[in-house]
Ligand binder design. Structure first.
Ligand SMILES: Cc1cc2nc3c(=O)[nH]c(=O)nc-3n(C[C@H](O)[C@H](O)[C@H](O)COP(=O)(O)OP(=O)(O)OC[C@H]3O[C@@H](n4cnc5c(N)ncnc54)[C@H](O)[C@@H]3O)c2cc1C
Length: 475
């Protein structure tokens, strides 16, 4: 019967919950959500720290217009913001010598104008890095930047690439396709809305309708089975009625009418061969192999007092300009991981916290080092660059997305390989139908969203899309 053959959603992240919500809104309630972790949320991981809740996964709502997350919450949640777009960081040389912030701000203005323009290019060619360099070299000849020391410009270029990699989770901006970038949408408006002290997990209350009106609550949580790592999905496209067989690492198995698969592109890259029988279609495998998936990292440090505040001066972040000799020192003292730090930022509503953000895919070492080493290294860099001794943090927490087998990284990006292979999120999303044209195996998750891949709102959108496809089949 139908009761024995539910719709199985693999993964309890944003896309899995969004799919369940949309199915239940259409009176489809026979749903089982299988989750490998011992918690709900996936790449939303809001945890208690200091005197509130911080985010180890997604932290900011990027944009307002056409952003489903913003649209579903705007009337009932009072967002905060981190002023990345309104303020400058404090740029420090890693050897502690003072540097002219005015010159640097000129470079920042020119560079970020170029980056904004890259989003609107008519016929983008090559990588983001190449495109940037061409335009930046031209701008260097302009009077605004003419008198700035070339060494400062070089250091800033490195800094800007590092920031771009942090934003996109790519290893190098020469691996980011300008064409793929231009095919994506961007939700306009404030790019850095925060959940204040409540964490991104607040959004799950809106997905389940607990907020704003608890009377409408859909108990999606009750459908989740934790610690259920799916190891095989067996499907049959030849028959009209046969079900999909899902097996978990604990030996349990399930039979489903439809399966919505939501784990990360990292999981698909590593496990698609053993996960699916028969093998997935060639085009989908091509897309899985060639679309980009990278990582980022974070460290939160709690201090007794905000030592970064100088009387009356607003403060956003420290960004580091790495001198060659300091890079060498970092490498020879087992601190090479620190060169991936894009900056150390304030955290909205937490006056005593600093957040260290790491970009670039080379984060394996960072993730395997102990908490105490990470903390000591952070203080080493801060003391060296600020050229003074500082109070020790009283608490820390940090991320490990890359080495977690259920994620294997942070989020996807439009790589040069994706452009060459002419594939995109749509190919990863493509459903598998049986002889009756029933979508028996569907794919959701941020990397399957055509418009907002990588983003939390893209993940939500993809879950709705997959659920709609099932709803439509029964209409
Ligand atoms: C550090 C970090 C910072 C980010 N910052 C932002 C941000 O500021 N703003 C933004 O918009 N986006 C951000 N993102 C991206 C955003 O978090 C993701 O796009 C979104 O949460 C992905 O949701 P999803 O449902 O696609 O995947 P997931 O949340 O990964 O859900 C998939 C689920 O499947 C489970 N799973 C994996 N393998 C198996 C298996 N074999 N069997 C069963 N279950 C399995 C996983 O445990 C997971 O719970 C960030 C991501 C990270 C990691």
């Amino acid at each position: 019967s139908d009761m024995d053959n539910p719709i199985i959603i693999i993964g309890s992240g944003l896309s899995g919950f969004a799919a369940a919500r949309r199915l239940m809104d259409n009176d489809i309630n026979n749903i089982v959500i299988l989750e490998a972790e011992n918690r709900i949320g996936g790449r939303i991981n809001s945890v208690r720290f200091s005197d509130g809740i911080i985010d180890l996964g997604a932290q900011w709502v990027h944009g307002q217009k056409n952003n489903l997350i913003y649209e579903m919450t705007r009337n009932n949640f009072d967002f905060g913001t981190t002023p990345f777009e309104e303020m400058y960081s404090t740029f420090v040389l890693t050897n502690g010598t003072k540097t002219d912030q005015k010159d640097i701000r000129k470079i920042v203005d020119v560079a970020y104008k170029i980056i904004d323009d890259i989003d609107d290019l008519e016929d983008p060619q090559g990588s983001i890095g190449e495109t940037f360099n061409k335009k930046f070299d031209k701008a260097l000849k302009s009077s605004k930047l003419k008198n700035i020391e070339p060494s400062v410009i070089e250091l800033m270029k490195e800094n800007i690439e590092r920031n771009y990699n942090g934003y996109t989770a790519s290893n190098s901006w020469y691996d980011l396709s300008a064409k793929k970038n231009s095919e994506e949408g961007k939700a306009s408006g404030n790019q850095y809305l925060t959940w204040k002290k409540q964490g991104f997990k607040t959004f799950f209350n809106f997905l389940t309708k607990k907020a704003p009106n608890p009377a409408q609550y859909l108990n999606i949580e009750s459908k989740v089975q934790l610690n259920k790592k799916v190891t095989n999905i067996k499907y049959n496209t030849k028959d009209e009625t046969s079900n999909v067989a899902v097996t978990c690492s604990d030996g349990s198995s399930y039979s489903a009418k439809h399966v919505i698969f939501t784990p990360s592109l990292g999981v698909l890259k590593k496990y698609h061969e053993s996960l699916f029988s028969p093998a997935l279609p060639q085009q989908k495998i091509l897309a899985i192999k060639n679309y980009g998936f990278g990582t980022v990292g974070k460290v939160f440090l709690e201090f007794e007092h905000p030592f970064w505040l100088e009387q009356g001066k607003p403060f956003l972040a420290y960004e580091f300009l790495w001198l060659e000799q300091d890079k060498k020192e970092a490498k020879s003292t087992n601190r090479e991981w620190m060169i991936n730090i894009t900056g150390i930022y304030v955290v909205d509503q937490f006056p005593n916290l600093l957040e260290v953000f790491l970009g670039g895919s080379n984060l394996n070492e960072f993730e395997t080092f102990s908490d105490s080493k990470i903390t000591e290294d952070c203080m080493w860099l801060l003391e060296k660059s600020l050229s003074k001794s500082l109070p020790k943090p009283k608490a820390m927490t940090r991320t490990k997305w890359l080495t977690n087998d259920n994620f294997l990284g942070a989020y996807s990006y439009g790589s040069m390989d994706a452009e060459k292979a002419n594939i995109g999120p749509k190919d990863i999303a493509e459903s598998i139908l049986n002889a009756d044209e029933s979508p028996i195996l569907l794919f959701a998750g941020e990397a399957t969203d055509e418009k907002y891949p990588s983003m939390a709102h893209g993940a939500v959108r993809s879950g709705f899309r997959a659920a709609d496809e099932i709803v439509k089949f029964y209409e």
